[in-house]
Ligand binder design. Sequence first.
Ligand code: FAD
Length: 512
Amino acid sequence: MSKKVLIVGGVAGGASAAARLRRLDEDAHIVMFERDPYISFANCGLPYYIGGSIQDRSKLLVQTPEAMHKRFNIDVRIQSEVVSIDPVNKKVRVESIEKGSYEESYDALILSPGAKPIRPNLPGIESSKIHMLRNIPDTDKVKAKVAAEGTRSAVVIGGGFIGVEMAENLREAGLEVSLIEAGPQILAPFDTEMSSILAKELDEHGVNLIFSDMVQGFAEVGEQIQVQLASGTVLQSDMVLLAIGVSPDTSFLKDSGLEFGPRGHIVVNERMETNLDQVYAVGDAVEVVDFVNGTKTAIPLAGPANKQGRIAADNVSGLGTTYKGSQGTSIIKVFGVTGASTGNNEKTLQRLGLPYHVIYIHPSSHATYYPGATPISMKLIFDPKGTVLGAQAVGYSGVDKRIDDIATVIRFRGTVTDLTELELSYAPPYSSAKDPVNMAGFAAENILQGLTTVFVPKDLEGRDKNNTILVDVRSEIEHANGHIEGSINIPVDDLRGRLNELDPSKEIWVYC
Ligand code: FAD
């Protein structure tokens, strides 16, 4: 008898699961429920449609219910919300705009309900001038508001990926934009010094950045809305985009007997099985293992959701595929700059009390003699045995492939020596004979082998100025253009001949 599989959620994880299931089992009866009118749309493209880089709305609709039915024979039911599940009798209850309320039975159930934007309970939060961005209907509203006559300004609340992408795209759409972030930095996967480069790019493109300030309430004033901050600052604009994070969209499951983690994520094992018989869960709604440090975490990204959907389908079909954890590899475009990161950052390692070393390098994206080379700021984090724990990079080009190389090494639990040994593609327009990833490995190995001792920016605060000398070995022009206070300049090419200028009884700190 053919197996009946129900899927809740028709976008990243749900649609991946459905397609994989069909490829594995031509006879299965697969029903996919989606609360909204659209399935399998490009969530990640929504900000770029609002900003105008993606012009054609239909490009956001990667699949339609009709096409999915035609190609995969999936019974797609849109505007159909699953409101509860009954794991004892293996049934779900559905509220459908077309069919009303009904029950549907299952042999296996895959939950991929995703995560919803957090809407804090603040005064004035119900204003229609406050928007959030999760799906196509939200996008249509924001796009219409941006295009409306008289819309000139926006306040974005939250400096995460969606907040920053929206700040950029609202600016691209011609609005005056302020971005408010409660913490001291934007983009939490990066450490502060790396994210500050991305913040500078926002600032240089006219985004008014406000850090370390909390929104306390909203008030409509005529056609505009005021945003009141804890500091007393009041911002007034035509619209607000609220993007302070997401929480698992699992309230319909609360009485199901499912096990949840501390922040409401569904607990699953590595086969994406929940604690309930034949109930699987994937995507933004589930708790995962941090691949680097082994703790439980939740990482709402499209890559993990798609892979987990595929793995759940494999297990429904009897293939024992497993999901081994998420490492949070992510990337963002901020106007002309790209930032990418993978693995653990310093903040995470400090919180967990894990030992690590850090190196920074600033290689060029490709051979400097070939036109167009630009610098990349790279940070590599590794443990005392050399295992790579994380990396972050910011630059104009070539950032993505460097972080992806390092992400791959992390996946194989590789070391800094592995980075030195990677044989990467090279011709002058693309890289250098020693790729930046190799260079990061060399610099890290030098530390582990005791060949160099490094200081990082935060060590400057504790520098004993009486017993150390800070030497800037860049050119005179570079030094004149800006340098660390208290440093003396001896260009590297002159250093050997000018060593007598340095007091050998003092520790010499060199930087470039
Ligand atoms: P979703 O894709 O959110 O799908 C869940 C679906 O389930 C929803 O459509 C919802 O309506 C439906 N649903 C929920 N409950 C029910 C119910 N009870 N009954 C029926 N249907 C239900 N990730 C990246 O890696 N890179 C990016 O650049 C990126 N950009 C993003 C930009 C935006 C604006 C957004 C919103 C997200 C972005 N993401 C990005 C995150 C990525 O989209 C998510 O990680 C991914 O979509 C999660 O997949 P999912 O299947 O868990 O949930």
